[in-house]
Design a protein around this ligand. Structure first.
Ligand code: PGA
Length: 254
């Protein structure tokens, strides 16, 4: 099945409103022609979302948040609700990123609650999963991915799954400059697709887009995207400069 590529910029804690505006001014004209060939998403920090939203309105580039609360509203200091994100024009939300899992202790159950909250608000989750080096080296790769998929996507319907994108990000490849080889990535993606199939049926699994993340750059995006089960990229470092992110996308769709 032909799945449209989806390439997303995860800026993490980089770029305030002014830098966000500068990036979009440089980036947007340069990707107009590429946007028909793949879905392009930018995920700035919360405070830069209104600036990005105004500049991306009526453009082919979609807007994502990097997190959302599983709560509706009220006394949750420091949190941002799905309704607030929706109001500011956000379409996607990155959930379960390994930095949220490891630094802020988010577990499968909480991530699952966030996924459901986003779906209820008509926001599209970009659901991240992936193993640490220790887990891979001790032969736990499949066990970890199985736990993350079954826990994080528990209770979702087949309909829900049509708006969920998965992002396989081996933790050892994030921000390290070490990319999984296209073969390693393809093998893990095929396995993740099997897991989605076990949970939702093969038709859903075949239609689900699975991004690869972890040191994707202009020089390796083509090779990775050429693999059968790799349907896009979640990009940190190489998405911070407009030219680099544009080149990464251009090479991916070429
Ligand atoms: P990286 O980050 O591209 O800098 O490795 C990817 C991510 O964490 O989503």
């Amino acid at each position: 099945m032909a799945r449209k590529l989806i390439i997303a910029a995860n800026w993490k804690m980089n770029k305030g409103p002014a830098e966000t505006a500068d990036f979009i001014a440089a980036f947007l004209p340069s990707v107009q022609a590429l946007a028909g060939e793949c879905d392009i998403v930018i995920a700035p920090p919360f405070v830069s979302i209104p600036s990005a939203s105004a500049l991306l309105a009526d453009s082919p580039v979609a807007l994502s948040a990097q997190n959302a609360s599983e709560q509706e509203k009220g006394a949750f200091t420091g949190e941002v609700s799905t309704a607030m994100l929706k109001e500011t024009g956000v379409q996607h939300v990155i959930l379960g990123h390994s930095e949220r899992r490891s630094i802020y202790g988010e577990g499968d159950q909480l991530i699952n609650a966030k996924v459901k909250k986003c779906l209820a608000a008509d926001l599209h989750p970009i659901f991240c999963l992936g193993e640490t080096l220790e887990e891979r080296e001790s032969g736990k790769l499949q066990e970890v991915l199985r736990r993350q998929v079954s826990g994080g996507l528990a209770g979702l319907s087949n309909d829900d799954m049509s708006t969920v994108v998965l992002a396989y990000e081996p933790v050892w490849a994030i921000g390290t400059g070490v990319t999984a080889t296209p073969e390693q990535a393809q093998e893990a993606h095929a396995f993740v697709r099997t897991l989605v199939g076990e949970q939702f049926g093969m038709e859903v699994a075949e239609a689900t887009r699975i991004q690869y993340g972890g040191s994707v750059k202009p020089s390796n995006s083509a090779d990775l995207m050429a693999r059968e089960d790799i349907d896009g990229a979640l990009v940190g470092g190489a998405s911070l400069e407009a030219e680099s992110f544009r080149d990464l996308i251009a090479n991916a769709v070429a």
